[in-house]
Design a protein around this ligand. Structure first.
Ligand SMILES: NC(=O)c1ccc[n+]([C@@H]2O[C@H](COP(=O)([O-])OP(=O)(O)OC[C@H]3O[C@@H](n4cnc5c(N)ncnc54)[C@H](OP(=O)(O)O)[C@@H]3O)[C@@H](O)[C@H]2O)c1
Length: 332
């Protein structure tokens, strides 16, 4: 089969011929139609991610059709249109993942291939209102957003919710989920056009974080926030503490800008803020997210679709941050 195999770090992504994987008794083989990129694939290619094992077939997100099942798996799955939950081995504690938790696509071969093998318990039926292309776009980013926005930050109807760095694949789902939940959503971005697109998706307003006084502009526009979902970290964090209303919740799932160098801890305790770390999500949250997507007929925003052979161009676009929404690979 054809697959994007990373054999060494910093290697350009190229299609290689490899064997179709053999499945174990509790596994299935999925013929992948579309896969989607995540920033994680960029980090892995650059060697800036934990637990890298080479060679590896990249890719956490995929949609396709089940073609083969193991001895312990119901044959009813064969021919089903599916999406894959990339969260492997979450474990029994819904609050936090187990020690052997991993995400599909490192250290186990992922979805940038004609076929992927996964445990049958990771399979879910593709939402019928989505094409394979749209369905490939939501598993990892959607799950991360759902837990961070709806569970950890617990955004509720009528509340002011801030989502930072809206061009990101995860951030855009945060907007879609919070809008569907009836929140007053505001965004930040380094690109005014992306802010306009977020408003078209239902956000109430947004500011460009390249403006020196972006936080003050946002405060004037919104009056402050009950819930904030952030992936920037760095010096943005101190401003988010200021933007949070008393008793506000700040959920964080990324750290694009790195470590905190500023901020006044007293503001966190005096305002009774909740600072909530969030990573991926558990199996129940994946199923809940899927139900939420089906119920609200949420359609992921796909920035661009590339042929598998052009995966390097696709990952360069993600690395440059020019996208609005998910970058998808056509594999079928
Ligand atoms: N913990 C988890 O489970 C989890 C899961 C997925 C991703 N992540 C992490 O979350 C981050 C985003 O991932 P992704 O896949 O959504 O990446 P992505 O699609 O490449 O998005 C990255 C986004 O970061 C935003 N950004 C850049 N500089 C910023 C700044 N100064 N202030 C605010 N935002 C800024 C940009 O938004 P604009 O284009 O709007 O400027 C950019 O689109 C990555 O660090 C990733 O590793 C964590």
């Amino acid at each position: 089969m054809q697959a994007i195999v990373l054999e060494e770090l910093n290697q350009k992504l190229a299609v290689k011929q490899v064997e179709i994987p053999a499945i174990a008794d509790n596994e299935v083989l999925v013929n992948i139609k579309y896969a989607a990129l995540n920033h994680r694939d960029v980090w892995i290619q650059k060697g800036q991610y934990g637990g890298i094992v080479l060679p590896i077939i990249l890719g956490a997100d995929g949609s396709g059709i089940v073609t083969k099942v193991g001895a312990n798996v119901s044959a009813d799955w064969i021919g089903k249109e599916v999406v894959i939950n990339p969260s492997m081995n979450w474990g029994n504690n819904p609050r936090v993942q187990a020690k052997d938790y991993v995400i599909l696509g490192t250290p186990h071969d992922g979805t940038f291939a004609e076929y992927v093998k996964v445990a049958a318990k990771l399979l879910h039926l593709k939402p019928s209102h989505l094409s394979f292309e749209q369905a490939a776009a939501f598993p990892l980013a959607g799950l991360t957003s759902f837990r961070a926005t709806m569970k950890r930050a617990a955004a509720k109807a009528g509340e002011n919710v801030l989502i930072t760095g809206i061009g990101g694949g995860v951030a855009l789902f945060c907007v879609q989920f919070a809008v569907a939940a009836g929140c007053n959503v505001y965004v930040t971005s380094g690109d005014d056009e992306k802010i306009a697109k977020a408003i078209a998706l239902g956000a109430k307003g947004g500011v460009n974080y390249k403006n020196q006084n972006w936080d003050k502009e946002l405060k004037a526009m919104s009056g402050g926030f009950e819930a904030i979902v952030d992936s920037s970290g760095g010096d943005t964090f101190a401003k988010l503490v200021d933007l949070a209303k008393p008793a506000g919740r700040i959920a964080m799932y990324g750290a694009t800008l790195g470590v905190f160098n500023s901020g006044v801890p007293a503001k966190i305790f005096w305002k009774q803020l909740d600072i909530l770390g969030s990573t991926m999500g558990n199996d129940e949250e994946f199923a809940e997210m899927l139900a939420f997507i089906n119920e609200n007929k949420i359609v992921p925003v796909v920035d661009e679709v590339f042929e598998l052979a052009h995966a390097q161009t696709a990952i360069e676009k993600m690395s440059s941050g020019k996208q609005f929404g998910k970058i998808v690979l056509r594999i079928d």
